[in-house]
Ligand binder design. Structure first.
Ligand code: GH3
Ligand code: MG
Ligand code: MG
Ligand code: MG
Length: 324
């Protein structure tokens, strides 16, 4: 089911599964040191879920470090231990922040219950814990959690798609524009160097004309892969246009950026591009313009323009070369 189709991203309707969601088959950790209560809760919940029981917050945290739980049921009346603090830790920790947290408390612990709800505990149960109420509340929370999880996953997926080029998987031009602005500002504020590579495949039209657009696409994917592989993790590689790639190289002065460009150029030239499941091997070369930020540059445009002019000179001088 398609909820919305925005730009490149098609978002599956996360509600579609939610109505069928039974709220069963969750991983539940009960933190309770009264053996009788713990045994009753475990028996009630084991019909629907996989249930573990521990007696102290320390044991609970040790378990969290080892496995992922969907639901925590924490007693606020632990002898010599602070159940509320454990709830707070569970809500804060990366590993458990999206899990459900339920409190079990006495009527006399109203103030603690209120504080728990205030720090993001989802629900509570009063002692004596009633079997069917426990089962129902856990199911409801598991359903809510699964809905929230699927929503989060589809939002993340569409955010990622919005900044990626579908052919190569590189960042797209929209992402590049924003990234250039923030990188420029950072370099200005820190005084760090900043370089830019502008890459353009040589005579790419001949590949399209001679072997077809599909072969051209495959060459672009392999080109993107080689550029990505031979730059660093902090460098930003973007598909700028048809067969043009921009690499933002932060913290790197001109000479070092030139060396990066030369390495990439050699990796493109060095081995033929094998496409069409091994049936076609093509010699591909790339021209690269390199420029670095200068004190007088008022905007990223000035830098971009120098890289573009350097690329033009690389083409004019015979292609398959780096010009800075
Ligand atoms: P030069 O050495 O001067 O760069 O020569 P060139 O042939 O590479 O010239 P130019 O940069 O002008 O040509 C780019 C070609 O890239 C033109 C266009 O048809 C092709 N192109 C653009 N986007 C795509 C794409 O997504 N897939 C394929 N297969 N070709 C594309
Ligand atoms: Mg071009
Ligand atoms: Mg061109
Ligand atoms: Mg070209």
């Amino acid at each position: 089911r398609v909820l919305a189709s925005r730009g490149l991203g098609i978002v599956d309707d996360p509600l579609a599964g939610a109505t069928l969601e039974t709220g069963r088959d969750a991983q539940v950790l009960v933190v309770e040191d009264r053996p009788e209560t713990a045994a009753r809760m475990q028996a009630a919940l084991a019909v629907d879920h996989a249930v573990c029981v521990v007696e102290t917050p320390a044991e609970a945290l040790a378990r969290v470090a080892e496995e992922d739980f969907d639901v925590f049921i924490v007693s606020l009346g632990l002898a010599g231990a602070d159940g509320l603090r454990l709830c707070s830790n569970l809500r804060a920790m990366e590993r458990s922040r999206n899990a459900v947290v339920l409190m079990v408390a006495d009527e006399s612990q109203r103030p603690a219950i209120l504080r728990g709800l205030d720090i993001g505990v989802h629900d509570y149960l009063l002692r004596p814990v009633e079997h069917s109420e426990l089962v129902a509340r856990v199911r409801t929370q598991v359903r809510r959690k699964r809905y929230a999880d699927s929503l989060r996953a589809s939002v993340q997926a569409s955010l990622a798609l919005a900044v990626l080029d579908p052919l190569t998987g590189l960042y797209n031009r929209r992402y590049l524009d924003g990234k250039l602005r923030t990188t420029f500002t950072q370099a200005r504020e820190s005084g760090d160097s900043l370089s830019l590579l502008l890459l353009d495949i040589d005579r790419f039209k001949l590949i399209n004309d001679g072997f077809g657009h599909d072969v051209g696409d495959e060459v672009l994917r392999e080109f993107a892969r080689r550029v990505q592989t031979h730059t660093r993790g902090i460098d930003t590689v973007c598909r700028f246009g048809g067969e043009e790639i921009v690499v933002i190289v932060p913290g790197t002065p001109l000479e070092a950026a030139e060396a990066v460009a030369e390495r990439v150029r050699m990796r493109v030239e060095g081995e033929p591009f094998v496409v069409q499941r091994g049936r076609v091997a093509l010699d591909v070369t790339v021209s690269i313009g390199v420029a670095s930020l200068l004190p007088g540059d008022g905007s990223i445009q000035a830098l971009f323009k120098r890289a573009d002019m350097a690329l033009y000179r690389a083409k004019a001088a015979g292609r398959n070369r780096v010009v800075a």
